[in-house]
Ligand binder design. Structure first.
Ligand code: ADP
Ligand code: MG
Length: 233
């Protein structure tokens, strides 16, 4: 067996203290293999976003271990942590997080800027990512002027520009109408299937979850089900 891309062992996360103390993750453990598509589902408040933030190294667990390709992520600090996140992960969030007054291209190449890639190369790779998402004609437009679906495609272009190994998507279709949402879903699954990018999607949308290889159900900070997709006979 090859090393899983993510190994999660007994991860706990608590918010607040004293009377406000709230245990959002109560010891979760699982492995994710490279190339898998995994849905993390559960009701609002169950701990999905907390889990994703911890997996994506945006937040540290209080206890437990997260290994990224066998390496303990707890030892990563400062610029080493930022570089690992920037190089390995792409992020697609419901709220887009685009800088409205910057051009679409500037938004897309931000991870390359952070990675210290030279200007010409940034532009070349940014345009290539936009072409992949059918947005090259919007490269110079301000991000604020895009439609919801175009914004989410720009976010996916930005997530892709660094050739990530894992895409983390938190409610990626939550702010989109169903037709546009379906287009965005198709793009994510194409990236997973054709480019082997591991896809970890947080969603309360059962139809989206059903398209993933695997479904992890979380309730009150604990995993209550973790099962591979049932293939119809
Ligand atoms: P989900 O994404 O499944 O809706 P979250 O992971 O966002 O759930 O939140 C899990 C629980 O932790 C919720 O009860 C939420 O109110 C609480 N929570 C999340 N973030 C914080 C925070 N920064 N401070 C205090 N409580 C939080
Ligand atoms: Mg959430």
């Amino acid at each position: 067996m090859t090393t899983p891309i993510l190994h999660v062992d007994n991860v706990r996360k608590t918010y607040g203290r004293g009377q406000n103390r709230f245990e959002a993750l109560k010891g979760v453990s699982f492995d994710i293999r490279e190339g898998e598509s995994v849905a993390i589902v559960g009701k609002s408040g169950s701990g999905k976003s907390t889990l994703m933030h911890v997996l994506a190294l945006l937040d540290a667990p209080d206890s437990g271990q997260i290994l990224l390709e066998g390496t303990d992520t707890a030892v990563l600090r400062g610029s080493k942590l930022n570089n690992t996140r920037n190089k390995t992960f792409g992020f697609v969030f419901q709220q887009f997080f685009l800088t409205g007054n910057n051009s679409v291209l500037e938004n897309v190449i931000l991870p390359l800027k952070i990675a210290g890639i030279r200007r010409g190369e940034r532009k070349r790779r940014g345009i290539a990512a936009l072409e992949q998402l059918d947005l090259a004609d919007k490269a110079k437009n301000k991000a604020v002027n895009l439609s919801g679906g175009q914004k989410q495609r720009a976010v996916i272009a930005r997530a892709l520009v660094n050739n990530p190994r894992i895409i983390f998507a938190d409610e990626p279709t939550g702010n989109l109408d169903s037709n546009t949402g379906a287009v965005v879903e198709d793009i994510l699954f194409t990236l997973n299937r054709e480019h082997g990018i591991t896809l970890i999607v947080v969603t309360h949308d059962e139809d989206l979850a059903a398209r993933c290889d695997r479904r992890i159900v979380i309730k009150d900070g604990q995993i209550i089900d973790d099962s591979a997709k049932q293939v119809a006979a």
